[in-house]
Design a protein around this ligand. Structure first.
Ligand code: NAD
Length: 354
């Protein structure tokens, strides 16, 4: 199994170094892993003059899974748009056809105070948002700004989903639900938008192939309310690109600790790009204070979704739970009565707990 590591920019190299230690333990214990490394984003621009150079493209296409730190930094803000680090991220997602974005929002009981919601509402929260990433109103044609027949300027976009696009994201979501609490909530706006009425019809049809998963439907406005009112009612949520963009950010903020949240973007064969949900945090880069747990938990997602190795995924997740239960905290999740540790010390503690 070929894993390509893309440290990226800012805190990327620091947090990825900790996740790499975890991969090395798994390798030593018998997992057949081949680790490679390449630059992406600003680091790739510095070395090759492009945020997603051919060197990285070739390794990314040949890899089974990819682990990314984060990209971006103020030193690149003045570059022409096509050369900016973020373009590297968009380019690799597009190049590898990563259409399914999986973002868990998990709140470990030890960190319940980090949330702005009452601890009893969020403690033990464990939701997975499955967002379609390559279709919907973000990509539908025609689109633009024009002058209409009455001579007034207007902006317009097209919300559009082909049946095959809905089916493939539906399969990812049902299969993810099978690996978890077996409950799937499909979010739509079927009362107003035909595109999502069609979405609902296809999800209902797909449910026949997954009799062990309980499918429900919810309107997006209600879903936004329910996420803050009673978030623990959800197991897996599946939705289109635009609703998923908003709901996944809302769900991640329920936890209050961005440094804890992993993510996965998958193609149709479960090849995946795994990365923390946060950015490159230039304000704390190079200080060995970043939280590496989101990146380490991204490795657990890789083991679960690309390598289908639930035991190894749980081994990594249990090690993270153990260090939190032992009271170890990086600065972003520190509170009185716990022990503040550096990024590298947190990585070492997870490895020891494994
Ligand atoms: P950010 O997520 O990098 O940082 C927001 C805040 O959270 C900062 O105060 C930062 O110190 C803190 N933070 C983030 N990750 C942390 C961690 N692991 N441990 C402790 N604290 C952490 O978002 P931003 O400041 O808006 O963006 C900074 C750069 O990152 C920009 O160049 C942006 O384009 C880029 N970015 C990249 C990605 C990505 O690579 N996927 C995503 C978002 C932003």
């Amino acid at each position: 199994m070929k894993v390509l590591i893309l440290p990226g920019d800012g805190i990327g190299p620091e947090i990825v170094a900790q996740a790499k230690k975890v991969l090395e333990v798994l390798k030593k214990d018998g997992l057949d892993l081949e680790l490679q490394e390449a630059p992406l984003g600003g680091a790739a621009y510095d070395q090759y003059g492009s945020p997603y150079p051919e060197f990285t493209q070739n390794l990314a296409r040949a890899a089974d899974a990819i682990l990314l730190g984060a990209v971006g930094g103020p030193q690149y803000d003045k570059l022409d748009r096509p050369l900016r680090p973020e373009r590297g991220l968009l380019a690799i997602r597009k190049d590898l056809n990563l259409f399914a974005n999986l973002r868990p929002a998990i709140l470990y009981p030890e960190l319940a105070n980090a949330s702005t919601l009452k601890p009893e509402v969020v403690s033990g929260l464990d939701i997975l948002i499955v967002r379609e990433l390559t279709g919907d109103i973000y990509f539908g044609q025609p689109r633009g700004i024009r002058t209409n027949e009455a001579g007034e300027r207007e902006g317009f976009n097209t919300m559009l989903y082909a049946e095959s696009e809905i089916r493939r994201i539906g399969h990812v979501a049902f299969q993810a639900a099978q690996k978890r609490g077996k409950k799937l909530c499909s979010v739509d706006k079927a009362n107003v938008l035909e595109t999502t009425e069609f979405w609902k019809e296809i999800m209902t049809d797909l449910a026949k192939e997954y009799p062990d998963v309980e499918l429900s439907h919810m309107l997006v406005d209600n879903a936004a309310m329910q996420l803050v009112k009673a978030p623990k009612q959800f197991d897996v949520v599946v939705t289109g690109n635009i609703f998923g963009d908003i709901l996944s950010d809302e769900a991640s903020m329920l936890t209050g600790s961005i440094g804890m949240l992993p993510s996965a973007s998958l193609d149709v064969n479960n090849k995946g790009l795994y990365e923390p949900s946060h950015g490159s945090a230039p304000d704390i880069a190079g200080k060995d204070v970043a939280n590496p747990l989101a990146t380490i938990l991204s490795v657990a997602m890789m083991l679960r979704y690309t390598f289908n190795n639930e035991a190894a995924a749980q081994r990594v997740e249990n090690a993270v739970k153990k260090v939190l239960a032992d009271g170890l905290r990086t600065a972003d999740i520190y509170e009185e009565g716990t022990t503040k540790v550096s990024c590298s010390a947190m990585g070492a503690a997870v490895v020891a707990a494994m």
